[in-house]
Write a protein that binds this ligand. Structure first.
Ligand code: BJW
Ligand code: ZN
Length: 248
């Protein structure tokens, strides 16, 4: 698409990328949309399961009220994910990790597709749906190694009940992961924000923090978001089409 190439050139993005020493990428559900993973918010709707909006089930309160229901919801989600593979957006981002002296990928996604595409050291801000965490000792286990007929699963180390190792509404993000993401965002020359509605905090604050610290901010999203007006470049399109075409 020559027009897009021209606008990328004109925006100065190519030059910024060639000179960049540190690149920070924040991704959201949109980066996995072309893999067949449903987004949370789209077309004016939010995801609903068994009549409940996802933000009711994916909430801290629900773990206390009905842990079995939370497991049912995440078993359903893993069932959907089972047939989803990384797409060209995940693959392009994975290639970028060797293209810059420093490269950081922070994702809000819990699907593990970035790692499957070859990204290493992914900062998973909202956890991972394939991991279980003990409510008693905080021990982590791979859900695929647990007996699927036992819900909630029981911790191998202490016998405590386990929960999905994801960050639900009203819960804190994993401290070390968050601190590293915030530090990397604040020292980036270029920050990409890809496929996120940018309304869930604190993750949505990272691109603005990068921009305040001097980063060149690039959004890749078919839709406008609350971040669009502070971006230096907005690339309107599907991540799996836009990212592989970015040459620098
Ligand atoms: C494409 C595309 C393609 C489509 N290519 N793009 C008021 C103000 C500020 C904060 C709050 C507030 N009230 C409450 C809060 C706190 C709350 C929050 O931010 N709420 C907002 C909704 C207002 N945040 C929290 O609770 C966080 N914790 C916290 O703040 O701790 C402190 C605290 C402690 C105690 C009490 C209160 C606060 C935790 C947030 C955890 C979020 N967890 C979830 C669920 C994970 C588990 C699960 O999977 O079920 O994470 S919510 C859900 O949203 C999920 C996502 O990671 C997250 C972000 O969504 P994302 O990725 O942006 O997806 P979508 O669907 O929204 O957008 C998709 C985008 O892709 C769209 O823009 C499309 O256009 C685009 N797209 N196809 C590129 N092909
Ligand atoms: Zn335990």
């Amino acid at each position: 698409m020559p027009e897009k190439e021209e606008s990328v050139n004109a925006s100065g993005l190519r030059g910024r990328l060639r000179a960049a020493r540190s690149v920070f990428v924040l991704t959201g559900a949109g980066v996995s949309a072309e893999s067949g993973v449903p987004t949370f918010r789209g077309g004016g709707q939010t995801a609903v399961w068994k009549g409940m909006p996802f933000d009711v089930i994916s909430s801290a309160g629900m773990v206390g009220r009905d842990l079995a229901l939370v497991w049912e919801w995440f078993d359903y989600r893993r069932g959907v994910l089972q047939s989803c593979r990384p797409n060209p957006a995940h693959e392009t981002i994975a290639r970028w990790q060797t293209s810059f002296p420093q490269f950081t990928l922070a994702t809000q996604n819990v699907d593990g597709l970035h790692t499957e595409a070859g990204s290493r050291g992914v900062l998973e801000l909202h956890g991972n749906v394939w991991r279980a965490r003990c409510l008693n000792c905080e021990g982590r286990e791979d859900v695929r190694e647990k007996d699927a007929s036992v819900r909630p699963p029981v911790c191998r180390a202490c016998g405590g009940l386990m929960r999905p190792d994801v960050v639900l509404f009203g819960e804190m993000l994993p401290e070390e992961v968050w601190v590293e993401a915030a530090e990397r965002a604040a020292t980036a020359d270029v920050c990409f924000v890809v496929g996120t509605s940018a309304i869930v905090y604190p993750a949505a604050g990272l691109p603005a923090a990068a921009k305040r610290a001097g980063a060149f901010l690039v959004e890749v999203n078919p839709e406008e978001t609350p971040l669009s007006n502070i971006c230096d470049v907005t690339l309107r399109g599907a991540a799996g089409e836009v990212l592989p075409r970015l040459e620098f």
